[in-house]
Design a protein around this ligand. Sequence first.
Ligand code: APR
Ligand code: PHB
Length: 393
Amino acid sequence: MKTKIAIIGAGPSGLLLGQLLHKAGIDNVVIERRSAKYVLGRIRAGILEYGFVDLMREAGVHTRMDAEGLRHDGFEIAIGEDRTRIDLHGLTAGKSVLVYGQTEVTRDLMEARIGAGLPTHYECEVIELRGLNTGKPTVVFRSDHEDCVLECDYIAGCDGFHGVSRRSIPGDTLREHEKVYPFGWLGLLSDTRPASDELIYNKSDRGFALCSMRSESRSRHYLQVPLSEKVEDWSDDRFWDELKARVPADVASTLETGPSLEKSIAPLRSFVAEPLQYGRLFLAGDAGHIVPPTGAKGLNLAASDISTLFTLLVSIYEQGRTDLIERYSETCLRRIWKAERFSWWMTTMLHHLDGTDIDRKLIDAELDYYLNSEAGLTTIAENYVGLPFDRLE
Ligand code: APR
Ligand code: PHB
């Protein structure tokens, strides 16, 4: 089996790259460990930056997103009863974000791939990458207990945090930076009206809570919980009662509650691997970095890696620009570290943290400063809508 680009992983990173490459006439094969149904069953964030939206348009996969996505021109930060609106549109010269779930993005990309008849091998686990420093690397994957080999020119490691790609970079080359937070997010998805027209990030004495949504009739809410909590101990009633206790009183009084469609606990982590390129392997998306979800940067960061990788591969195939390969890691990392900083900042400002009294007072003062200064609000807004994609040269 042979292709130009072997893409490992059929999450949003792998599928988006595959679609862009297909449109540019560059052959690619996607190999995914799980079934398509399993991939679509994972509930993830749902805020798209304008840069992500533009890339979906470039990939020609935008019809449903444009029709069903909800444009949000602002969001709120509530500290107890005190609500501040971040006017994204006004503070960023007209930019906004789009509420459209990652599940829907993935579904649209999967359908486009099927429609174009592109090769995707589901339920095939990649077990080894060979010859990364040669002109003809290979990907070894297991299909129905049989080992298969895919020969290619380049490998896109889009296989998430637990994938095989990052582990294929030798230990003396790879550096990993990591911070694990001492709490998680308990999320609940329900067919209920959203708490408000816009998202509300709530800081309360009982911990952080987020009121988000997927559509005008589907809500996604989160509660900060200790890592020791078990999802089985959270009945729907307990979740809704705790949420009401963490949001402003008028939000609580009109909050529509209902049965959960999904409920899960996710840990919070900041993680960056360096470099993101080794020989003919490129890491993109969660394979190379993780952000805590506060600020919804994970999916969007994957898109900027994919944009850079796509530009690079097109430059190689159309202009023979292999000299740009060594620019990949540095170009992606500049933007990644800024998104890591913003996600860490939002997490630190809004969660209930153990620590000394003075730590908490300093954080309260910093947040008070940002929320009451035009410069502070602008900083939050421009990071939230997404910083511009960096160019390779
Ligand atoms: N072989 C084949 N596929 C693999 C392997 C392997 N050895 N290891 C992992 N995979 C697959 C996973 O099953 C998964 O479907 O790679 C895919 C990676 O997808 P994601 O984890 O969704 O990562 P990515 O596409 O980079 O998406 C980034 O997802 O986690 C969120 O916050 C993140 O929103 C961001 C987005
Ligand atoms: C979500 O809707 O899942 C979501 C929204 C915003 C965030 C994180 C998650 O910051």
